[in-house]
Design a protein around this ligand. Structure first.
Ligand SMILES: Cc1ncc(COP(=O)(O)O)c(C=O)c1O
Length: 489
């Protein structure tokens, strides 16, 4: 029987099982809620707990699907235009681990942006691959790392023709997209795989007012956080791939390696239903989110002291396109830092941001928002701007942020070798020449200054100390004061 996008094969199989009133001599041990403590049972509800099921013939095999899971994944592939799609239940993190493991093995090179999400570094550590870093562009006014340019990608590829693949983050957390089509074409000319961390892009294909999605730009493989932007439960993501450069059985093996043998069916079914929802209503829902976000951006830009960047930034280095549903509000014009503004919004206005950084707040406008929410947001920002503006001098910080960035350090060992070798803590001030065994990053702009396996230089030490003296916080090292650093012994 031909599958249709209105179908939800996994949901149908689960509901059929529950309807049959089978006596369950199988996991999970709470037996559809009956054995669960009543506090938890009441919170989750019997109806949901009845669907907390286990692998069995009629509910298919997550790792070797032949039935309802296979059908549900095929429908996802059809919707997104993939040759194969896979459900992932440990987030895009799990998907990225599997993608990297599928493309680059121990000692093989993989080209990645230096501001890679920790899941990318994690995948590289797991695989034992050698990262070749590309420097992203930085917008110093906003204090944000943007995308990599096609020129940066091309130069890196030419310098490392033996690399197995190029991983691109697209769009980034703030909705900034690179010229992905151009990058894919040039990487493919060198016969390398293009992997895309599309954690923030499961909605891109539902509107032509959004950046192009990875598969449409010709990428070989991508991972999307269905849970972040559209209707699946937290931790539920999709990996999509095209045949050709990706060896699908190998990818499947890597997905098996990185995922549980006991997938949560409630999570799995949320992917099935989220796909159906997008197939039926995706364009309408996403267009509405874009309209709401555009209105919000326009109103925020009328508030003195606030700036919400938009399409005027397109064409700046590393900003080819923009997802307008990511609303980034720069608050430094109010003399507030991002974390200060975050706390004010949370405690005075009961509004929670997605994240804050030194200068900015990020708000996500999704299919879950209505006019009422964005009106309240704009009103709260207007009130905050009137009541809480102060005069904080950012000039010292700005001088530091604009200080010349240290030359990219030399990679001596793979991150995996550095991490699993003998390590010891040494005074940071005296670590020049040693091989780092941890990541040191300052926000902004969130680009690691040194990564595991790289040689620490005096220039790096001086730069980090300058940033620390200006009050910027370091992220990554065990000793967050950075008085000491972990190095390879
Ligand atoms: C760019 C990027 N990639 C990957 C991830 C990991 O996604 P997940 O939280 O679904 O594991 C995140 C999470 O924030 C992210 O921002």
């Amino acid at each position: 029987m031909r599958l249709r996008q209105t179908d939800t094969p996994l949901l149908a199989a689960m509901q059929h099982y529950v309807k049959e009133e089978v006596i369950p001599f199988h996991t999970p041990g709470h037996k559809q809620g009956k054995g669960m403590h009543h506090t938890l049972e009441r919170i989750i509800g019997r109806g949901t707990l009845a669907l907390d099921l286990a692998l069995m013939e009629e509910l298919d095999d997550f790792h070797e699907p032949y039935g309802c899971i296979k059908d549900a994944q095929e429908l996802a592939a059809q919707l997104y235009g993939a040759d194969h799609s896979f459900f992932v239940i440990n987030g895009t993190t799990g998907g990225i681990y599997a993608m990297i493991l599928a493309v680059a093995g121990p000692g093989e090179k993989i080209i990645v942006p230096r501001n890679a999400h920790r899941s990318i570094i994690g995948g590289i550590i797991l695989s034992g691959a050698i990262p070749i870093f590309m420097q992203p562009e930085v917008d110093n006014d906003l204090g944000l790392a943007m995308g990599v340019t096609p020129e940066t990608v091309e130069n890196t590829v030419l310098q490392h023709p033996d690399a197995k693949g190029v991983l691109i983050i697209n769009p980034n957390y703030y909705g900034v997209a690179v010229d992905l089509k151009k990058i894919v074409n040039l990487v493919h000319k060198h016969n390398m795989v293009v992997l895309v961390d599309e954690a923030h892009g499961p909605h891109l294909c539902f509107s032509n007012r959004l950046p192009i999605q990875a598969l449409d730009a010709g990428a070989d493989i991508c991972a999307q956080s269905t849970h972040k932007i559209i209707g699946a439960l937290t931790q539920c993501s999709l990996v999509h791939c095209r045949e050709g450069r990706i060896r699908v059985p190998h990818l499947k093996a890597m997905l098996q390696l990185t995922q549980s043998t006991s997938p949560n069916y409630i999570m799995l079914v949320s992917l099935d239903v989220a796909r159906m929802q997008m197939a039926l209503e995706g364009p309408k829902l996403i267009e509405r989110s874009i309209d709401l976000a555009n209105w919000t951006r326009q109103e925020i830009n009328k508030i003195p002291g606030l700036y919400c960047f938009g399409s005027e930034k397109k064409g700046d280095p590393g900003i080819f396109d923009l997802d307008p549903t990511k609303v980034t509000v720069t608050v430094k014009g109010l003399g507030l830092t991002g974390p200060e503004a975050e706390r004010i919004l949370r405690h005075q206005y009961k509004i929670q941001v997605e994240l804050s950084d030194l200068y900015n707040l990020l708000f996500l406008i999704t299919l879950g928002d209505r006019e009422q929410e964005v009106h309240l947001l704009v009103a709260a920002l207007r009130d905050m701007a009137e009541k809480y503006a102060k005069s904080y001098d950012f000039s010292l910080l700005e001088r530091c942020i604009n200080a010349p960035y240290p030359v990219a350090p030399q990679g001596v060992l793979s991150p995996r070798e550095a991490l699993f070798g003998n390590t010891c803590m040494v005074p940071f001030a005296h670590s020049a020449g040693m091989i780092c065994a941890e990541i040191v990053t300052f926000y902004p702009p969130g680009i690691p200054v040194v990564c595991p396996g790289e040689r620490i230089t005096q220039e790096i030490i001086d730069y980090c100390q300058l940033l620390q003296q200006s009050g910027m916080h370091v992220s990554g090292p065990e000793d967050y004061t950075l008085k000491t650093i972990k190095v390879v012994d």
